[in-house]
Design a protein. Sequence first.
Length: 147
Amino acid sequence: MQSPSGTRSIALTGMEVRFELGQKNHSVYCTDADGHVYRAKYPHRPSSPEDGEQLFDEDQVRDFAVTIQNTIAQENLFRARLPLQLKEAESKREEVQADTNELDAARERLQKLRQRNRTDPRGEAVETRLEEASRDWERLTGRIPPK
C-alpha cells in the first residue's frame, strides 16, 4: 500500500530482498509473497552538479538491505513460533480452568461458616434483639426501620 508521501508498506512474511549496483543509483529490490517487485533507488552520483539530493554509498545501502533481510528472518521466526505458543497458552488456560482446588476449598469454608452461623445460639439472641429494636423504632417514628 502506498501512502501520499510515496512510502510503501509491504508485508515481511515471505519477502525476498536483493541489492544491485547501478551507474547512478544503488537499488534495493523487494519481492513480496505475491511476486510483486518493489524497487527503492539510492543515488550515489548526483544527477546534476547543482542538485542537492542525498547521496548514499554502497555500504550504506548494502547494510540497509541486510537490515531488511534480518528483519524478515525475525518475522518468519516469530510467525513460525506462533502456533506452538498458541498451543501452549491454550493448554495452560485449560489447566488453570480445570484447577478448581482453591474454589472448592473456598466453597467448603463458606458452607462450614454458614452451618456454624445457623447453629450458633447467639444468632437467635441477636435476631430477637433486632426485632425488638425494630418494634421500638416503629413505635417511636411510626415507620418501619430500613434494613
